[in-house]
Design a protein around this ligand. Sequence first.
Ligand code: IMP
Ligand code: MG
Length: 183
Amino acid sequence: MNKQNNKLIINGDVFVPLLSEEQIQKRVKELGEQISKDYKGKVPVFIGVLNGAFIFMSDLIKNIDIECEIDFFKLSSYGDSKISSGKVKLLKELNCDVNGRDIIIVEDIVDTGLSIKYIEELFSKHTPNSMRVVSLLVKPESLKYDVKIDYIGFKIPSQFVIGYGLDYQQKYRNLSSIYVLSE
Ligand code: IMP
Ligand code: MG
């Protein structure tokens, strides 16, 4: 990875800043406050989708001021490429019992919506009291499946992004801001 001005150059591809650390932190705080208000009197279970959502999940729950629980499961859809493979695999199961619980699925990004569709089907075998989805990023123009995202951090163009949990070939998740592949 080569840094020039604000740009990142990775294998000849140029990535430019899209969302700063300050913008992300401000929005995550707002989402946390909104969810805390909406779930007042309840004890929701935040369920993060690994690997991408781990940083967002961590910052989000620090902004939740009601009692809550957390769990994770792991999906894979992208492999190592910049485009969705169109297939989803469950790589790690949930450990908690979601029956009768208010669950909030935490995603880093919704692209085609395939992963969320898969998650909805997974949970249709259980009987949670309620299920909502929060995603830091949504690419509205890429959506191919009819899915409802209840809380959205930012709507972004249909371009490949990295940082703040999001990877390219498993790397760059550790960047504290988000960069977009420039065309
Ligand atoms: P979907 O199933 O097509 O909605 O894609 C969702 C998953 O693909 C996300 O949870 C990410 O892990 C990954 N993904 C989608 N877009 C990007 C991107 O721009 N950068 C990195 N990962 C992405
Ligand atoms: Mg993901």
